[in-house]
Design a protein around this ligand. Structure first.
Ligand SMILES: Cc1ncc(COP(=O)(O)O)c(C=O)c1O
Length: 423
């Protein structure tokens, strides 16, 4: 239906119909959750063989004993494997614990307390440190900035990455801008894959702060849903040539390859940065869990095996994206009032509803027993001035629950859109 073309009478009529539908939904007392990008149990089941790759008969490689302290930057086999996956030498890889978000937080708080390489710690600077935050973006990135007192500058996130004209302008003129958040492949939540031009401009742009870093969160690097998903160019290749590779901290983990919160996380960075990360991490831990790192190595084996695991994951996820995208197309395909992305990978669908409706949609969902990510979460300090962005995470519920949840969502969006038109 082309909602914007309805007459006042038709708007009233449609609103009555949808509200009746909503009343029926309320009586069902549903409890559905499409709020967080969590894998479903059937995806986690795929990784159960990981649990049996080790036994009391396991022969660990010769050399340093993985059962003991040591090798604080990770076991060589996994450094090699992640190096191959991300197209860098293994000296660029630091293998940590179970969470990449944890590594991001640690590295930013280290910069705050003790400084990046030889730079002044940010907490000793007279002015507040600032980060560039492409919006819509990942709420937990913005949360780190908020909690550590970093000022966030919102920059529009376009189809192929952040608006680089704005980014270049800002970072070249303000030495207090010390970082930019990036999710370069299948962004959370917009699903964007950064173009070669955007990656190249990020690597080559002039920065006023010598301790500026790109926080390049490559969590969804191998999480493709279709074979024609756009590739991401290797930022390190470009940066090495431009002499800027120290500005990149790349993060990733196997949270959505093996077990969420039960995988292994990595930082990819220049050898100079890795030495500093290793030193600072060494103040906090004597080392991460190398037994689990080795189990991951035995299970993941090779880049080809990782890709085949991800194809199996995609088989489970794809039908869920199809449910939500199909419903959006069916209900709002004719209207320009509701827009969304059809991602080729990652975990999210980003909805752009009419201005002033996102909070209303969220609260109508909540009342109907459907939890979605709160409106505003994709913006710094949870403030989306347009009140229009919503993040939909289809992976966690079963297909049956997801179909129900999607029905509820469609009804609720229609109500909010029609109420807006009726004003
Ligand atoms: C963009 C992004 N980065 C990081 C994470 C968390 O990763 P980890 O489990 O490695 O901490 C998520 C989880 O949803 C995410 O979407």
């Amino acid at each position: 239906m082309k909602y914007e073309a309805l007459s006042n009478e038709e708007i009233k009529h449609e609103l009555t119909v949808e509200k009746k539908r909503y009343d029926v939904i309320l009586k069902e007392k549903l409890s559905l959750d499409m709020s967080r990008g969590k894998p479903a149990a059937e995806q986690l089941d795929l990784s159960m063989p990981l649990l049996s790759v080790l036994s009391e008969n396991t022969k660990f490689p010769k050399g340093p004993d993985y059962r003991n302290y040591g090798l604080s930057d990770g076991i060589p086999e996994l450094k090699q494997l992640f190096g191959e996956l991300f197209g860098v030498p293994s000296e660029y890889v630091y293998v940590g614990g179970n969470s990449s978000l944890n590594l991001m937080y640690d590295m930013i708080s280290d910069s705050m307390l003790t400084g990046v390489l030889s730079a002044t710690p940010w907490c000793k600077l007279e002015k507040k440190v600032k980060f560039i935050c492409p919006v819509p973006g990942y709420d937990r990135h913005f949360n780190i900035c908020e909690k550590l007192g970093i000022e966030m500058i919102s920059v529009p996130m376009n189809e192929f990455g952040p608006d680089m004209d704005v980014v270049e302008d800002l970072v070249s003129s303000d030495p207090m801008i010390k970082g930019i958040w990036c999710v370069p492949r299948f962004s959370n939540p917009s699903g964007a894959v950064y173009s070669a031009e955007v990656v190249s401009r990020l690597a080559k742009m002039k920065v006023a702060a010598s301790d500026f870093r790109i926080y390049y969160d490559n969590s969804y690097f191998v999480h493709t849903l279709s074979d024609d998903a756009p590739e991401l160019v290797n930022i390190f290749d470009i940066a090495r040539e431009a002499g800027t590779e120290d500005r990149i901290y790349m993060f990733s983990s196997t949270s959505k390859i093996t077990f969420a919160g039960g995988g292994v996380a990595v930082v990819i960075a220049s050898p100079k940065n890795i030495a500093s990360i290793k030193e600072k991490m060494g103040w906090k831990t004597i080392g991460f869990n190398k037994i689990w790192q080795y189990a991951h190595y035995l299970y993941l084996e090779s880049v080809d095996k990782i890709k085949s695991i991800m194809r199996a994951q995609a088989e489970k996820i794809r039908p869920k994206f199809e449910i939500v995208l199909g419903a959006l197309e069916k209900n709002f395909g004719d209207s320009d009032l509701v827009n969304w992305n059809a991602p080729k990978g990652g975990y999210f669908i980003c909805l752009k509803c009419p201005n002033g409706t996102a909070k209303r949609i969220w609260s109508l969902c909540k009342k109907a027993g459907l939890t979605i990510t709160p409106a505003g979460a994709s913006h710094p300090l949870h403030i989306d001035d347009s009140d229009s962005y919503l993040r939909i995470a289809p992976t966690y519920p079963s297909c049956e629950d997801l179909s129900k949840a999607t029905d509820v969502l469609m009804t609720v969006i229609k109500i909010a859109v029609l109420e807006q038109l009726a004003k």
